[in-house]
Design a protein around this ligand. Structure first.
Ligand SMILES: [Zn+2]
Length: 492
C-alpha cells in the first residue's frame, strides 16, 4: 500500500511586526495533532481536505501528525518550529517507510532562527527521508520562494487566485502529480526564478484584469508542453525583509532541462515590465469619509477596507484610525469588524449585555503607535467567537476568534475580539447577529480577501490606508536584508 504523510505548517511573516508567532498564536488559530487534523478539515475547501480526499480515493495509507497555522505576524519562535518538526519526525520514525510527504505550506515563513522557514522545514524532512521519497507542497500565492525550497521539494504549486479560493483545487493538483510520480510516469523537478522586485504582479490580484491575470494566462498556455507539469506565479510577500522576498516564477517540470530555467526567467521578465501597473488604489481616512458621505445610501452596503492594518498580512488589528474617522464622521447604520482588544472585550463581558461602557479601545500592540480610542458605547452582543466559514474562502472551516463582543458606538456596531483575525467572510458579522446586507456601511480589517465574500453585496468598495504596518509605503521602511538594488526601493 502507498503510504503518505500529510502535514501543514503555515505562516506569513511580516518582519516589521513586533508580535511573535509563538505557541499561543498557533493555539489561537490552529494547532491540530493526529485525529484533530481530519476532524477539523474534512468537508472544507482547504488543501488538507483535498489531500485527505485524494488519499481516500486512491486507497493510500495516511498519517497526519500535525497542522499548524497562526495569523500573520512577526517571526515564528524556534520552539514552535521545533515542535512541528518533532511531530513530523516522530511520525516518520513510528510509521516508516513513507512513499511521499504532502505538505500544506505558505512559503513566506520567517523564523527567529532562519529567514527561510519552509526551506529549513523541507531540509529537516528531506534530511530524514533521503532523496527518493516524493516531497510535495502547496504554497500561498504570496510565497517568497527560495532556491533552497525549490531544491528540496519535488513539487511546489501555489494558488492561482487572490482572494485564495482555490486552495482545495491546488491541493488536488499537488496530490495528482504525487500519484503520477509514484507510478513512475514523471520525475518532477522544481525550478524557481525571481527578479529585482520586492513587489509586483499587482500583488497577485485576480479579481480584476491586470498583470497577475495576464501572467496566469501565459502560465496556463505553457502547459501544452508535455514536460511542463505546472507553472506557478507568486506575487511574493513584500513586508518581509529577507534576501529572497518578492515575486517569483516556479516551473515544475518532468526532468531537468536548461530550457525550464530560461522559461521561468522569461516570465520573470514579463513581471518586471509590468511592475508599475497596479489596480490597488488606497485613500486616507479623511478622503474615505468624504467619499462615503458623497454616496447615496442604497440597499447595498459601502465596504471600507482597512488596508494598512490587515491582520492577514501582519497588521496588529487594533489600529483605531479608520474607526475613529467613522465615529467622527457620524456614520449611521454601520458595522466594523474588528478591533483586537482582549481587555476591552473582557470588560464588556463583565459589564454584561445592555451595559454602557467606557473603553480605551485598541492601540495596545504596536510599540511604535500607542494610541487608543476613548469611547463610550453599549454592549449589544457577546459571543464565544466560534463559527464556520460559509463564503468562498476555506468554506466549511471552523474558526475561533475568541471571546467577542459587539459594542454600539454612535451609529456603528463594532466587533471587539480577543484574537487577531482578518475579516474575509460574512460570518464574522453574522455570528454576532449583524446582517451585513442590512447595513449602509461595513468596515473590515482586510486588504483584498474580503472581496471573496463582500464584493457580491457591495455598492462600492473603498480601500483605506491609515498608515498601519501593512501599508504599501515600502520606501519609508528600513530594509536591511533584501537583495539590492531592488524595485521599488532603489529602482523604479
Ligand atoms: Zn496570500
Amino acid at each position: 500500500m502507498t503510504k503518505v504523510l500529510i502535514a501543514g505548517f503555515k505562516h506569513e511573516t511580516n518582519t516589521f511586526c513586533s508580535l511573535p508567532a509563538d505557541m499561543n498564536a498557533y493555539r489561537a488559530r490552529a494547532l491540530y495533532q493526529e485525529g484533530e487534523v481530519r476532524g477539523n478539515f474534512l468537508n472544507t475547501r482547504t488543501e488538507i481536505a483535498a489531500f485527505l480526499d485524494f488519499a481516500k480515493t486512491e486507497g493510500w495509507g495516511i498519517r497526519h501528525p500535525i497542522h499548524a497555522n497562526a495569523t500573520p505576524s512577526g517571526p515564528v519562535k524556534k520552539d514552535v518550529f521545533d515542535f512541528v518538526c518533532d511531530r513530523i519526525l516522530d511520525c516518520i520514525c513510528d510509521n516508516e517507510p513513507f512513499d511521499a510527504v504532502l505538505l500544506c505550506l505558505h512559503g513566506a515563513m520567517v523564523c527567529e532562527h532562519t529567514e527561510d522557514g519552509e526551506g529549513e522545514l523541507l531540509g529537516v524532512i528531506r534530511g530524514r527521508l533521503g532523496p527518493d521519497v516524493i516531497v510535495a507542497a502547496t504554497l500561498d500565492l504570496h510565497a517568497n520562494v527560495t532556491d533552497r525550497m525549490a531544491e528540496l521539494a519535488d513539487i511546489l504549486i501555489p494558488y492561482r487566485t487572490y482572494p485564495h479560493i482555490d486552495q482545495y483545487e491546488v491541493g488536488l493538483e499537488v496530490a495528482g502529480l504525487v500519484k503520477r510520480a509514484l507510478n513512475g510516469e514523471i520525475k518532477p523537478v522544481v525550478t524557481v526564478r525571481r527578479g529585482s522586485m520586492l513587489d509586483g504582479v499587482d500583488h497577485g490580484r485576480t479579481t480584476m484584469p491586470g498583470p497577475m491575470t495576464e501572467m496566469l494566462k501565459r502560465a496556463a498556455d505553457l502547459l501544452s508542453s508535455p514536460d511542463i507539469l505546472n507553472v506557478g506565479i507568486c506575487a511574493g510577500f513584500p513586508w518581509a525583509d529577507i534576501h529572497d522576498a518578492g515575486p517569483s516564477v516556479i516551473v515544475v517540470s518532468d526532468g531537468v532541462k536548461a530550457a525550464h530555467g530560461a522559461l521561468a526567467e522569461l516570465l520573470v521578465q514579463d513581471i518586471w515590465y509590468k511592475r508599475q501597473i497596479s489596480t490597488i488604489q488606497t485613500m486616507s481616512v479623511d478622503d474615505a469619509m468624504l467619499q462615503v458621505k458623497a454616496f447615496v445610501y442604497s440597499n447595498k452596503p459601502i465596504i471600507l477596507a482597512d488596508f494598512s492594518d490587515n491582520p492577514g498580512g501582519g497588521g496588529y488589528g487594533d489600529d483605531i484610525r479608520l474607526l475613529r474617522g467613522m465615529v467622527e464622521a457620524n456614520l449611521q447604520n454601520a458595522a466594523f469588524a474588528a478591533i483586537y482588544d482582549p481587555v476591552s472585550a473582557n470588560l464588556c463581558v463583565e459589564n454584561g449585555l445592555g451595559a454602557i461602557v467606557h473603553l480605551s479601545l485598541g492601540g495596545n500592540t504596536d510599540p511604535e503607535r500607542d494610541e487608543s480610542f476613548e469611547v463610550r458605547g453599549t454592549v449589544k452582543a457577546v459571543t464565544d467567537g466560534l463559527f464556520r466559514l460559509e463564503g468562498p474562502m476555506m468554506s466549511g472551516l471552523r474558526v475561533n476568534i475568541g471571546t467577542t463582543v459587539v459594542v454600539s458606538i454612535g451609529g456603528i456596531d463594532v466587533l471587539v475580539t480577543s484574537s487577531r483575525s482578518q475579516v474575509y467572510d460574512q460570518m464574522y458579522f453574522k455570528h454576532a447577529r449583524i446582517d451585513p446586507l442590512l447595513k449602509s456601511v461595513i468596515a473590515v480589517k482586510s486588504a483584498h480577501h474580503f472581496r471573496a465574500a463582500f464584493q457580491p453585496i457591495a455598492k462600492e468598495i473603498i480601500l483605506v490606508d491609515g498608515g498601519g504596518v501593512t501599508s504599501r509605503n515600502y520606501c519609508e521602511r528600513e530594509y536591511k536584508r533584501v537583495r539590492r538594488p531592488i524595485f521599488p526601493l532603489d529602482i523604479f
